[in-house]
Design a protein around this ligand. Structure first.
Ligand code: 3NM
Ligand code: MG
Length: 541
């Protein structure tokens, strides 16, 4: 049977593995249950089966697939695919070269290729549209299913880079599925975060092995995945993510209400932060009516996340064991509580890049806050930073706004870039995702972005942990808000509060020592004052 190749539905692609079948199930029964519940494409992937047995299995599975009008792809074995007249083949980088595969199977069969690196996309472009029909992009997350894997997990950002490469190389014919370690607890996030930078492309589907093949109830597992694919909305924080344009947002009249909510709800702000920041951050948090807890105990993250109005600040300046941080991120994502991520010194060393990238791939953040150097590097705009201190020098306002928008877009977050001017961009796009067509008509330049100014406050750079404590302030406002508030407006309000306190503190201090103390006093007083009397200017960009 031959399917019209451009009509293949890649949305939920089951890859088989009969080494993981639960007791009481068979390869056949698992695939049948999966087909009944919405799998749209099947690949027979049996690594240690003799040819005769493989053919027998393939014929049985092919009958099933025909019944459900779903194409059947054979992994690796071009001969088996040809022998049974399957709908296509899937090959990896170490299997038969694609031009030979095409020569053998002819023009009408589906050819899939495993891709992990952008240079492989350049190869696709060289071959042109007659060779590969879809690629499996992976591995996204760690998995035990693929034995002797030569690649390391790329995370959603790695998948997005492949989508960018497809677009930059004009490989518009090639469909995409993401694969590797995909399960219901991370698939919404993958669908949400995996878009090309132009907003034109998202993945066409997800591919799973163990989530269905190892499930006691493969039908229920499939249905669960199908529901996530069809939902189109990733609810990761119980605040009102904005689909508004910048013109519909309000950055002045709500601030008073936000502060009142913090005072009333008294958020718990869990800090996983660097040693230098711990004491100051705790005092800043207290000054603005919130409760700090500097917990790095893995076992209690879940309990803390469940406390009403909890929020998490992750600051990677000197970091707790990775497993502690990952567990906390997962715990707060699970209960939809806000997380603020501060990638301290991002790109200063290779170690820091890997550490921050690993954590950034492990969850969804409501806000990512960094200084100019960190945001420029996260957006891929600059080379290595020298230290972990703020980048000096004058940057073009448009460049900073663009870098902030890029970070917001890539991580689907509210990005804050601090400096004399603070840039804030909202890339959350209402929490929506869709297969194939990217972020639809919403592209980078349309992301809401503001710049907050309050004159230069040079003393800010003369004390330690002043940037880190803006993270504490943002986390307090996000944590303290009622669920119908908009996180972008909340983050802007937090930046205004912090900048106003900084300005007032600099007016009344003699040097950096008293500035340190004054900053806490002014935060304390500003928090209890009328925001209408504050000086910071918020301009839309
Ligand atoms: N290919 P699970 S990862 C078959 O990266 C396969 O190309 C991968 O299994 C790649 O859904 C993988 O159980 C295994 O994690 C995916
Ligand atoms: Mg192979």
């Amino acid at each position: 049977m031959v399917f019209a190749k451009d009509e293949v539905d890649y949305s939920l692609y089951l890859v088989t593995d009969s080494t993981m079948l639960p007791e009481g199930t068979t390869l056949y029964s698992q695939v049948e249950n999966a087909l009944e519940n919405g799998v749209s494409l099947v690949q027979l992937r049996e690594k240690n089966v003799d040819t005769k047995k493989f053919i027998e299995e393939a014929i049985e599975i092919q009958k099933l697939c025909k019944k459900f009008e779903v194409p059947l792809i054979i992994n690796d074995r071009i001969d088996v695919a040809l022998a049974i007249d399957a709908d296509g083949v899937h090959v990896g980088q170490d299997d038969m070269p694609i031009p030979m595969v095409r020569k053998l199977v002819g023009p009408d069969k589906i050819i899939g290729w495993s891709v992990g690196y952008t240079h492989e996309v350049e190869q696709l472009a060289q071959w042109g549209p007659d060779y590969v029909d879809y690629i499996g992009i992976g591995m996204v997350f760690p998995t035990n299913t693929k034995k002797n894997a030569k690649k390391s997990p790329m995370g959603p950002r790695g998948v997005a880079r492949i989508l960018d490469a497809l677009e930059n190389n004009n490989v518009d014919w090639c469909r995409t599925v993401a694969i590797g370690g995909l399960h219901p607890d991370n698939i919404s996030r993958v669908l949400y975060q995996c878009n090309s930078l132009s907003g034109q492309r998202s993945i066409d589907g997800i591919s799973v092995v163990s989530d269905i093949m190892a499930a006691k109830d493969a039908g229920a597992a499939t249905k669960n995945l199908r529901d996530i694919l069809d939902k189109g909305y990733y609810s990761f924080v119980n605040l009102q993510l904005s689909i508004k344009t910048i013109y519909d947002l309000d950055f002045s009249s709500h601030t008073k209400r936000f502060l009142e909510q913090v005072a009333k709800n008294r958020p718990l702000v869990q800090h996983i932060t660097n040693k230098v920041h711990q004491n100051f951050g705790a005092n800043v948090t207290l000054a603005i009516g919130s409760s700090p807890i500097m917990s790095e105990i893995k076992e209690e993250a879940n309990d803390l996340a469940h406390i009403p109005h909890a929020a998490l600040l992750v600051n990677t300046g000197s970091v707790a064991p990775l497993e502690v941080v990952k567990t906390a991120i997962q715990a707060y994502n699970d209960v939809k509580r806000p997380i603020v991520f501060d990638p301290v010194g991002y790109s200063a060393t290779t170690t820091r890049i890997v550490l921050n990238d690993t954590l950034l791939a492990s969850g969804q953040f409501t806000c990512i806050k960094g200084n100019t150097g960190e945001i420029l590097s996260l957006a891929g705009f600059s080379g290595k930073m020298r230290g972990v201190d703020a980048h000096e020098g004058d940057f073009d306002k448009n460049l900073l706004a663009q870098a902030t928008r890029e970070v917001a877009f890539r991580f689907r977050t509210i990005a804050v870039c601090t400096g004399e001017l603070d840039f804030i961009a909202d890339g959350t796009l209402g929490g929506t995702y869709s297969l194939s067509d990217g972020t639809k008509d919403r592209v980078l330049k349309d992301l809401p972005c503001v710049v907050v100014s309050n004159g230069p406050i040079p003393l800010m750079g003369d004390i330690t942990a002043s940037g880190c404590s803006l993270g504490s302030t943002i986390a307090s406002l996000l944590g303290g808000a009622n669920s119908d508030e908009n996180p972008f407006e909340l983050v802007v309000a937090a930046v205004e509060l912090y900048k106003e306190a900084g300005r007032l503190a600099s007016l009344s201090s003699e040097g950096s020592g008293s500035f340190h103390v004054q900053l806490i006093d002014k935060l304390y007083n500003c928090f209890r004052s009328n925001p209408r009397t504050w000086a910071p200017k918020v301009e839309t960009l």
